[in-house]
Design a protein around this ligand. Structure first.
Ligand code: GLU
Length: 513
């Protein structure tokens, strides 16, 4: 014990490459990583790819890519379990030689019979070497019959461990029995390879999902048989969906790559996952916790053993906070990439924004800035900004009924176009937002708003009833960033064009009714 406590911490994340990196596994990776960073230890990654039927190279690639994206890169080269077969073989030999493992020839029919018997008597089935006569085993051995390798589990007594999260756990050895550690074809199985690799890699603490709690006593038995003090264990509670069922596809995205595709920032996902089952000691704390703070405050002792509930809405909220706090250049680059996926023309050198007073880059920067307050993911930006790239194809139905269902209303809309058109140049002489100066843009907006407001007052119309139809005409929507900002980035001609097109549409609609 003393020895493990004084060893420099070495932890590992050991995924089986059978699919995407699930958020549950990502959290296990993160907790190991945080523990290593907090203690000055080493964080390792081992791909457990011995199960050749279920493991794929594609899954390995995706898992490693997701870890890198999250910033959870290992401190030493990635280990691949399948390449360590010679090490597993050597340890297997050791167990066979010391008598802690044996070749079991017990045929399947006999095993089924024993299992059935235990079931009929209401006992847990646990195989023991004594259940199959030695002389029969020898005969089968001589005949070259197939065998599996079983671990000789201690008879009687208990195997116990103190889990950092779950506390004291113990099991009766007789409920475990002699378990299989290598298949008939010689391939060693999970509980065995996992222990051998952890010993060989000098792992001091194992932090993994609580679904592995039943494996732990078996693994501890193997450590002891090999004369090695077992490491510490910390099992992490399950992650549930809001309906308290195990988190799955039904609840929405579960794979790290899916969150990435949705436009979640890696630092937001890391922050969110850190709080899934862990919390600092204070009752009240700021949930938006930068990485340095997470590292400084993290401890496995503060991991809760009750299942954590994955709340997509909260993740989206947190992501929005991170988007707004990130350096603008970074968000711009990320959003621009997404805008270009939908409107590839923006990356063409001849791209001209609808406001001819602006060139591409300041224009893109300006519209992205407009959407920042309203976006929770990077994917929200193209949706929010679509009307800057495409003229509205339809107009919000309710708002149309409210604002554009009489000839007088449509005439009023057209009149606002005239006011805006006349004010435009005048406003530009007062403030020139083309220099990408935020103050200038504010002044320009004020200069544009003034005549419209005055006219509305004279006519005794509420300003909202003048502005809202304009918003509807240029965006098709009832909500958008501040109206005059939108108009600036659309430019004069496009604004007037859209207002007239909408008025025409509204008139045609009235006629057809
Ligand atoms: N390959 C196992 C898994 O993915 C590793 C468990 C462990 O961390 O020991 O569940």
């Amino acid at each position: 014990m003393i020895e493990t406590m004084t060893k420099k911490p070495r932890v590992r994340f050991a995924p089986s490459p059978t699919g995407l990196l699930h958020v549950g596994s990502a959290r296990a990776a993160l907790f190991n990583w945080l523990y290593a960073r907090h203690t000055g230890g080493t964080f390792l990654v081992r791909i457990e790819d011995t199960d050749l039927e279920r493991s794929t190279e594609e899954a390995t690639r995706q898992i490693l890519e997701s870890l890198e994206w999250l910033g959870l890169t290992p401190d030493e080269p990635v280990q691949y379990q399948a390449k360590r077969a010679h090490i597993h073989r050597a340890y297997l030999e050791r167990l066979l030689e010391s008598g802690h493992a044996y070749r079991c020839y017990c045929p399947k029919e006999k095993l089924d019979e024993l299992r059935e018997q235990a079931r009929a008597e209401g006992r847990i089935f646990a195989y023991r070497r004594e259940m199959f006569p030695d002389d029969e085993a020898r005969k089968l051995e001589a005949a070259g019959a197939p065998f599996v390798i079983r671990f000789r589990a201690p008879v009687g007594g208990i195997t116990a461990f103190d889990d950092i999260v779950y506390g004291h756990i113990e099991v009766e050895n007789d409920t475990i029995g002699d378990f299989v550690i290598a298949r008939a074809d010689g391939t060693p199985l999970y509980n065995f390879t996992n222990v051998v690799d952890d010993i060989d890699m000098g792992i001091t603490l194992i932090c993994r999902g609580e679904d592995h709690v039943p494996n732990t006593p078996k693994q501890i038995m193997i450590y002891r048989a090999l004369g090695v003090e077992p490491p510490q264990f910390a099992h992490l509670p399950l992650i549930l969906g809001p309906d308290k069922q195990k988190l799955s596809k039904r609840h929405g995205a579960t794979g790290v790559t899916e969150f990435r595709e949705m436009g979640i920032l890696p630092e937001a996902l890391v922050n969110y996952l850190a709080l899934l089952g862990w919390a600092p000691p204070e009752a009240e704390f700021d949930e938006v916790m930068p990485l340095e703070e997470l590292i400084a405050r993290f401890s496995l002792e503060r991991v809760s053993k009750s299942p954590a509930v994955f709340d997509h809405e909260k993740l989206l909220w947190m992501n929005g906070v991170y988007i707004r706090r990130s350096p603008r250049d970074r968000i711009e680059a990320l959003v621009r990439e997404r805008l270009a996926r939908r409107w590839p023309e923006i990356e063409s050198p001849s791209f001209q924004p609808p406001n001819p007073l602006l060139t591409r880059d300041p224009w893109l920067r300006g519209i992205i800035e407009l959407a920042i307050e309203r976006s929770r993911t990077l994917a929200d930006f193209p949706d929010q900004l679509a009307y800057f790239f495409e003229r509205p194809e339809s107009y919000d139905e309710k708002a149309t009924k409210k604002f554009l269902s009489s000839p007088a209303q449509v005439a009023q809309l057209e009149h606002t176009a005239k006011i805006l058109g006349d004010a435009w140049e005048q406003a530009c002489t007062q403030a020139n937002p083309a220099k990408a100066d935020a103050d200038a843009l504010e002044h320009w907006c004020e200069a544009m708003e003034k005549p419209l407001r005055e006219w509305a007052e004279n006519e005794n119309v509420k300003f909202g009833n003048v502005a809202q139809p304009v918003r509807l005409a240029v965006t098709g929507r009832t909500a958008s960033p501040p109206l005059f900002h939108v108009l600036w980035f659309l430019g004069r001609d496009e604004t007037l064009y859209r207002i007239h097109a909408c008025a025409q549409w509204a008139r045609a609609r009235m006629k057809n009714k």
